[in-house]
Design a protein around this ligand. Structure first.
Ligand code: KIV
Length: 272
């Protein structure tokens, strides 16, 4: 099933740049806990993102804004304990890097020191350039995130496709080049037209990992709970469901309840 061009015992930020230059696509998925991270890593996924989507998926918030730095560190340290091969990237949450570069660096250091994560991810372009540089200067690898940036949802107003207008597309291309020049090792590009995403990926040497950005980029990322079909109310066009876990789990829970009620569970072999 694997179409890896080179076997990596441990994926590093350098491996990802190498994959891009070898034309090997990068696989990335989210994880927020030990058990899921162990399965994702064991399956050979290249990058595990401890995304601030944990705010939605784990805590049930409507947006990614409420999750705190302490909560992200808790999730990331659980993931790190499970991972042997993948590169683990941790989102710096909203409110922990936007006010000034020193705060950004302090947050990135806390993530690296307290969780053991391998890199951090931040959302935005030129407006956070100084913060990115400050984090990179401390030796911490940074992944950028452009296009639909969910931490700015109240500025955008909706989760629709970004950069359809020329002015925004031009700004996005400039931001991608800026992130490359600053020293970011990769960029997530979320929900932008496939043609634009392909152009961006071709214009820079660092990998562009897309979500809802077509197949002309250097890799793909999905939220694991979505691709497993555990969530069922979220149905964007870009989402491919590999399982219908919502139905499978519901059936299992119903069967368990029925077995308990009918005293079918536990049976004689399942007791001491
Ligand atoms: O938080 C997250 O899960 C993300 C991905 C959607 C890229 O940023």
């Amino acid at each position: 099933m694997s179409v890896a061009k080179k076997q990596y015992k441990r994926v590093t930020v350098k491996s990802l740049v190498e994959m891009k230059s070898n034309g090997e696509k990068i696989s990335m998925l989210t994880a927020y806990d030990y058990t899921m991270a162990k399965i994702v890593d064991g399956a050979g996924i290249d990058v595990i993102l401890v995304g601030d989507s944990a705010s939605n998926v784990m805590a049930g918030h409507e947006t990614t804004l409420p999750i705190t730095l302490d909560q992200m560190i808790y999730h990331a340290s659980s993931v790190i304990r499970a991972v042997k091969r993948a590169l683990v990237v941790v989102d710096i949450p909203f409110g922990s890097y936007q006010s000034d570069p020193k705060e950004a660096l302090r947050s990135a250091i806390r993530i690296m020191k307290e969780s053991g994560g391998h890199a951090v991810k931040v959302e935005g372009g030129k407006e956070i350039k100084e913060s990115i540089k400050r984090i990179l200067n401390a030796g911490i690898p940074v992944m950028g995130h452009l296009g639909l940036t969910p931490q700015s949802i109240y500025k955008f107003g909706t989760y629709t496709v970004r950069a359809k207008e020329e002015a925004e597309a031009i700004q996005l291309k400039e931001d991608a080049k800026m992130l490359e020049k600053a020293g970011c090792f990769a960029i997530v590009l979320e929900k932008v037209p496939a043609k634009l995403a392909k152009e961006v990926a071709a214009s820079i040497s660092i990998p562009v990992i897309g979500i809802g950005a077509g197949n002309g980029v250097d890799g793909q990322v999905l939220v694991t709970h979505d691709m497993l079909g555990m969530t069922h109310e979220f149905n964007p066009r870009f989402l491919r469901r590999y399982l219908n876990m919502y139905e499978e789990m519901t059936n299992a829970f119903k069967q368990y309840a029925a077995d308990v009620k009918s005293v079918d569970f536990p049976n004689e072999k399942e007791q001491y």
